[in-house]
Design a protein around this ligand. Structure first.
Ligand code: DQA
Length: 147
């Protein structure tokens, strides 16, 4: 089945952006890793990134129609967006929140996540590998909830 992987603002610059924090893999590399793990497990990926909050909300609404799960790194919107939380609350299947960095080791304003209120699981601080772990975990949750 179909898994959406949704990325928030500035993640288009992954690999160039503060590599000491976010590593040197690009978002294209992340997408390839997600697709590889998903296909091993018999799933498909729809991969998105936007710097605009409304586009992320629209993709979550679209996911209501055809997705079996969402992996989301809302980036800075994690800490600000009630609207993304509200959108995720309209989506029934599993949701996993991913952060490349360990947000709890960083500035206090990164310690609160609106999205965690809804997420079934959260992965933080494991680098870009966290996305592959999230795809693997969401496949497990999909299996558990659809039989
Ligand atoms: C991030 C952490 C956020 O605090 C930050 O605003 C990001 C990326 C991460 O993946 O570590 O843009 O979500």
């Amino acid at each position: 089945s179909l898994i959406y992987v949704i990325n928030g603002p500035n993640l288009n610059l992954l690999g160039k952006r503060q590599p000491h924090i976010y590593g040197d893999e690009t978002l294209v590399d992340v997408e390839a890793g997600c697709r590889r793990v998903a296909s091993e497990l018999g799933h498909e990926i729809r991969f998105h990134q936007s710097n605009r909050e409304y586009e992320i909300i629209d993709w979550i609404h679209e996911a209501r129609e055809d997705a079996s799960g969402i992996v989301i790194n809302p980036a800075a919107f994690t800490h600000t967006s009630v609207a993304i939380l509200d959108a995720l609350n309209t989506f029934e299947p599993p949701v996993i929140e991913v952060h490349i960095s360990n947000v709890y080791k960083r500035e206090p304003f990164r310690h609160h996540s609106f999205v965690s209120q809804r997420a079934d699981g959260v992965i933080a601080g494991l680098g870009t590998e966290g996305y592959q772990l999230a795809v693997r975990s969401i496949a497990t949750l999909i299996r558990a909830t659809t039989r």
